[in-house]
Design a protein around this ligand. Structure first.
Ligand code: LHQ
Length: 256
């Protein structure tokens, strides 16, 4: 249901069920979790994208019996299949990029928003499709939406289930950047290469500390910054960064 490619420190995970607009079935959820976990071990950045131009992911496969209807099946699917996939992305020790190549609907939209950096082609749009079929946003959407775009936009997006264009998502702060279609592939690849050549351990700390801020007060956050910065200051990349600065050259980070 997906392809995994590792090159130059970049693990690229490409959802590959284009005939279903890359809808998520059980197998795909397990494979995404596994592939992201593997990327976190052997790469310096993990990219999640979709095959084709049309869709990144249309969310739950609505024609797939394994997702199932009814309370028991739905709860089990979310706890046992969606949550591990989302945790794999959020807790990945290296940065995650979602390159949103086309529509991201339902759980597909919120899968994208779990990534650290979301870059979308202008042809793409986001759709909190859930209310259209009488569901609430899941796959972490109720957590990420108000935190990225604010409660007023999050509430409207969930209740109206309107299309949100990539540009709109960018303007609202829901994603990092919308990029013209013609530049999309080269753009996200350059961004991935940038991160793959950066101070990987420090990037892991940046993820942890920023995400922790959602639950911490200022005192807790200042303390966390101090302890995490202490760790960064022990890294080889920090020494290299300072030496490169004084020598007026570009730092050659090794990710340790
Ligand atoms: C699909 C799908 C799809 C199967 C397009 N499944 N085939 C969690 C736990 C438990 C229960 C339920 O849910 C969840 C989480 C969720 O994600 S709920 C939300 C599920 N997703 C949706 O409601 C989105 C459904 N899809 C759409 O609204 C549209 O297809 C979008 C907006 C994605 C694209 O629209 P169009 O560009 O107009 O394409 P289309 O609708 O014509 O779809 C193209 C084909 O893809 C079509 O098949 P066909 O054989 O007729 O060509 C669709 O049936 C199929 N497809 N999404 N989720």
């Amino acid at each position: 249901t997906l392809t995994y490619d590792l090159a130059d420190g970049v693990a690229t995970v490409t959802l590959n069920r284009p005939e279903k607009m890359n809808a998520l079935n059980s197998q795909m959820r397990a494979e995404i979790a596994q592939a992201v976990g593997r990327g976190g071990e052997e790469a310096r950045v993990v990219v999640l994208t979709g095959s084709g131009d049309r869709a990144f992911c249309s969310g739950q496969d609505l024609g797939d019996g394994t997702g199932g209807l009814g309370a028991e099946n739905t709860e089990r699917t979310l706890r046992d299949e969606y949550a591990p996939m989302l945790r794999a992305i959020v807790n990945c020790p290296v940065p995650t990029i979602c390159a949103v190549n086309g529509v991201a609907a339902g759980a597909g939209a919120n899968l994208a928003l779990a990534a650290d950096v979301v870059i979308a082609a202008e042809r793409a749009y986001f759709l909190q499709a859930f209310a259209r079929i009488a569901l609430i946003p899941d796959a972490g959407g109720t957590y990420t939406l108000p935190r990225t775009m604010g409660m007023s936009k999050a509430m409207g997006a969930a209740l109206f289930a309107d299309r949100i264009s990539a540009k709109q998502a960018d303007d609202w702060g829901m994603i990092w950047q919308a990029v013209p279609d013609a530049d999309f592939d080269s753009h996200w690849k350059a961004r991935a290469a940038h991160l793959a050549n950066g101070p990987t351990k420090t990037y892991g700390a940046i993820k942890r500390v920023l995400r922790a801020s959602w639950a911490n007060d200022l005192e807790e956050q200042l303390e966390l910054e101090a302890s995490e910065q202490g760790q960064c200051a022990e890294s080889r990349d920090f020494v290299e960064g300072v030496v490169a600065f004084t020598e007026k050259r570009k730092a050659n980070f090794e990710g340790r």
